[in-house]
Design a protein around this ligand. Structure first.
Ligand SMILES: *[C@@H]1O[C@H](CO)[C@@H](O)[C@H](O)[C@H]1NC(C)=O
Ligand SMILES: *[C@@H]1O[C@H](CO)[C@@H](O)[C@H](O)[C@H]1NC(C)=O
Ligand SMILES: *[C@@H]1O[C@H](CO)[C@@H](O)[C@H](O)[C@H]1NC(C)=O
Ligand SMILES: *[C@@H]1O[C@H](CO)[C@@H](O)[C@H](O)[C@H]1NC(C)=O
Ligand SMILES: *[C@@H]1O[C@H](CO)[C@@H](O)[C@H](O)[C@H]1NC(C)=O
Ligand SMILES: *[C@@H]1O[C@H](CO)[C@@H](O)[C@H](O)[C@H]1NC(C)=O
Ligand SMILES: *[C@@H]1O[C@H](CO)[C@@H](O)[C@H](O)[C@H]1NC(C)=O
Length: 421
């Protein structure tokens, strides 16, 4: 072989060797390795700012480090290029490595994405509308170089970390399934969800007064990158709570003003009625006289009651129930009137007013009809009720009767003694 041919062959072999061995010289690395398709990732990390050396004029810039955007808003991702752009596509990728997702390239269809400057060769800034918590992640603007074996990464931006801030949903307060009376303690729960970041504060108020509560429970939400919270408070009910509101107040970095969830305590409260039967006239009741039995049903909530009258334990059909009237405190009152003709066979009859409220045991009050015999008319006072509206229980009346009898007795004795004398 001619020495010239040998020299040429040697030179060719050397060249091949240099191409195969990327670590040989720093100056060679960008030129030789980074256009190689074998290990784009490792090479890229070994050779930062790679593209600049491919074409000293080419530079890709991704200026945003971190971007925070509210859910539902439009996210802008900036990417600009300068210098002579070698052939090959530019893409936006979310994530790096095997889990990357192409967010935008020129060839695909990306309905939520628009370019800031359509068709520009230098500005590859994109807008992504209606971002959701699951859009959180790191986004890379990437310039690929074209080669026969496919596109390789030429240069990649430094990445933009996007966090999507999501507002909590309107808080909802739920109460117990059943009503409870004043003095009882009941749990109430406030829930809200879909928020990001995790920090959230919950306050409970009864009207304007703060109630102490445990910190809320925060759990991962149904959507990725979102959280749900639940907070429980125990409230001891009072009779005056009918007009009270329980408020769950949620504050989150995404909110200008806190969000309130309200619960009217009237939905959890039951105030059982006080029942009292009043007879009119109470005494004396003469045969065939009309007697009004009025059943006073007082201070109850909610406003539904059923009132029935019974005579000697048997239900009566005739009755007259007034409309429930609301008191200023929000409690209800009503009356039921029963007109009875005091016939002789009703002597000793027991009239009962039975009130059923909110599926509770009935509350009753009763009165006994006593009829004065014709012969004693105008003398005896016979009527009584069992709830304190009993004239016989009046000490003044007893005193009057005693005084009257005493005087009469005294007079009789006096007359008798005088007669004998
Ligand atoms: C991002 O790009 C838009 C549109 O090109 C521009 O208005 C904005 O100033 C850029 N922001 C940054 C941080 O470069
Ligand atoms: C993106 O993911 C695909 C496979 O899912 C992989 O082939 C490709 O190398 C990845 N690209 C980058 C730049 O990580
Ligand atoms: C009471 O009324 C009944 C029938 O209405 C009558 O038969 C009876 O005589 C009356 N009794 C008196 C004492 O008025
Ligand atoms: C009984 O009630 C009726 C109807 O409200 C009334 O007309 C009548 O005067 C009342 N009777 C008595 C004794 O109060
Ligand atoms: C109930 O009482 C009112 C007056 O208090 C009267 O107008 C009405 O007719 C009565 N209804 C019945 C069914 O007795
Ligand atoms: C109810 O009972 C009393 C005493 O048991 C009796 O005197 C009265 O007649 C009874 N009333 C009726 C309507 O049966
Ligand atoms: C009603 O009953 C009482 C005792 O229960 C009795 O003293 C009175 O005489 C009775 N009246 C009539 C009208 O029968």
């Amino acid at each position: 072989m001619a020495p010239v041919t040998q020299a040429l062959l040697f030179a060719f072999l050397m060249l091949l060797l240099l191409r195969r061995a990327p670590g040989l010289g720093v100056w060679q690395c960008p030129v030789l390795c980074c256009s190689s398709r074998d290990q784009p990732q490792t090479l890229l990390s070994l050779c930062p700012g790679v593209g600049a050396q491919v074409d000293p004029g080419f530079q890709l810039r991704q200026p945003q480090d971190k971007v925070s955007v509210a859910a539902g808003e439009t996210l802008t991702l900036n990417c600009t290029m300068s210098g002579v752009s070698p052939p090959g596509p530019v893409k936006w990728l979310k994530g790096w490595g095997s889990r990357n997702v192409t967010v935008y390239d020129l060839t695909g269809s990306f309905p939520r994405v628009t370019r800031a400057v359509d068709g520009s060769n230098t500005d590859f800034t994109i807008h992504i509308r209606d971002v959701q918590p699951e859009d959180s992640g790191t986004y890379y603007c990437v310039k690929f170089s074209k080669s026969l074996s496919g596109d390789g990464v030429l240069q990649r931006g430094s990445g933009t970390e996007v966090s999507v801030q999501a507002k909590p949903s309107a808080p909802v307060v739920s109460g117990p399934d059943r009503r409870a009376g004043p003095g009882q303690s009941l749990p109430f729960t406030c829930t809200s969800g879909g928020f990001f970041p995790k920090d959230i504060s919950v306050k409970w108020l009864k009207d304007k007064a703060l109630i102490t509560s445990q910190p809320p429970q925060i759990n991962p939400g149904q959507m990725k990158f979102s959280f749900d919270m639940s907070s429980t408070v125990t409230v001891t009910l009072q009779e005056g709570d009918i007009r009270s509101q329980l408020i769950c107040r949620v504050q989150h970095p995404t909110l200008e003003d806190p969000l309130d969830g309200t619960y009217p305590l009237s939905r959890a409260l039951r105030v059982s009625p006080r029942v009292q039967v009043v007879m009119d006239p109470s005494s004396p009741v003469k045969v065939n006289q009309t007697v009004n039995f009025t059943c006073h049903v007082k201070r109850f909530y909610p406003g539904d009651v059923t009132v029935t009258w019974l005579e000697n334990g048997t239900e009566l059909k005739v009755q007259n129930v007034s409309r429930a009237v609301e008191t200023p405190q929000g409690l209800f009152e009503l009356r039921s009137l029963l007109e009875v003709q005091a016939t002789e066979e009703k002597n000793g009859s027991v009239f009962t007013c039975r009130v059923v409220h909110d599926a509770q045991d009935p509350v009753t009050s009763m009165a006994t009809l006593q009829i004065v015999p014709l012969s004693k008319e105008g003398q005896g006072d016979w009527s009584q009720t069992d709830n304190g509206v009993n004239l016989l229980a009046s000490p003044v009346l007893w005193l009057g009767i005693l005084l009257e009898k005493g005087l009469l007795g005294g007079l009789l004795i006096f007359l008798f003694k005088r007669g004998r004398a």
